[in-house]
Design a protein around this ligand. Structure first.
Ligand code: PMV
Length: 310
């Protein structure tokens, strides 16, 4: 039997634009998905036989890794599903680490690479941001070119992502969840369709890439008021790309009087928003008063773990 766990993530800047190869910045968070995996007589998940379509990321992960033997998998996840917090990447990465551990190996780069292929297969379109963040932990920066603290390079469909570890200051972020589950694949497809027909949408995607780089510089200088302005601008651009939701706007508006900035995070269409604040409890209360579920998360330096540590 092996134990493995991987963290969820929040995208600080750059979601959706990153699918087009623009820069993006994410951070692993202190919520994890844990898997207990053992060889078994038939493949079960939480005690029930795994049927096609039930757990698409697990099913695709087992197939893509080429692991031929039946498994019993038990999942214990603290990451809300389909809410922009990387739950599918965490379960995928924890599975791949478990399969490697059962074969006596542990190689983060191959976990991140195969994890990306799994997400891509299930979603149709994806960037490697979620799976690399779940694998590596800490801050992750995706750039077109190779820079400092380079981890690995992933290419697909004409896009190139150079993935980097990125030291970020400790941040307490408030997450406001709409409770509306929105699958990532159709939202990514919607942005693609808009970009194909609108120059304005293509310009928004390019500007989001610039915002990511400006946001990173501002974070490094601890200029949180500029970070906040850039979060607001990023949020407006994501709305213009059609992935917003009225509840996200309401939570952002509720958070802003007590925050440096706020924006939707992840795929949108429901899901979650984040606020950067020194006043976490007031932001939590403000979001809850608008009917959201809100909580504070800390950043998490540890990526995928196997064995007792997990
Ligand atoms: O909502 P999530 O956790 O699936 O994040 C999606 C981030 C996107 O940029 C919208 C898609 C991707 O694969 O990068």
């Amino acid at each position: 039997m092996v134990l493995a766990s991987a963290p969820g993530k929040l995208i600080l800047f750059g979601e959706h634009a990153v699918v087009f190869g623009e820069p993006a910045l994410s951070v692993a968070i202190s919520l994890r998905t844990r898997l207990e995996t053992a060889l078994s007589e038939k493949t079960t998940v939480n005690g029930r036989e795994l049927k096609r379509g039930d757990f698409p990321y697990l099913d695709a992960g087992i197939r893509r890794s080429g692991f031929g033997e039946p498994l019993s998998i038990n999942i214990d996840s603290h990451i809300p599903e389909a809410s922009g917090m990387g739950s599918s990447a965490a379960v995928t990465v924890a599975l791949l680490a478990s399969l490697q551990a059962l074969q006596g190996s542990f190689d983060k780069e191959s976990i991140a690479r195969i994890g990306f292929e799994v997400e891509l297969g299930v979603q149709g379109r994806a960037s490697p941001i979620d799976t690399t963040t779940a694998t590596q932990g800490g801050g992750i920066l995706l750039l077109k070119d190779r820079g400092e603290d380079f981890l690995w390079r992933i290419e697909k469909g004409g896009s190139v992502w150079n993935l980097h570890a990125c030291h970020l200051p400790d941040m307490k972020l408030v997450v406001g969840s709409t409770g509306i589950e929105a699958a990532t694949g159709p939202l990514v497809a919607r942005v693609r369709a808009l970009a194909n027909r609108q120059e304005k949408a293509r310009a928004a995607i390019g500007r989001i890439g610039e915002i990511t780089l400006e946001g990173l510089q501002a974070l490094r200088r601890a200029d949180l008021s500029l970070v906040g302005d850039l979060m607001r601008e990023n949020h407006a651009l994501l709305n213009a790309l059609g992935v917003g939701h009225p509840m996200l706007d309401a939570f952002v508006a509720a958070a802003l009087p007590h925050s440096y900035g706020a924006k939707l995070t992840g795929a949108g269409g429901g899901g979650s928003m984040i606020a950067l604040t020194d006043n976490a409890q007031r932001v939590v209360d403000a979001i809850q008063n608008r009917g959201g579920r809100a909580f504070v998360v800390a950043t998490e330096p540890r990526g995928v773990l196997v064995g007792d540590e997990a």
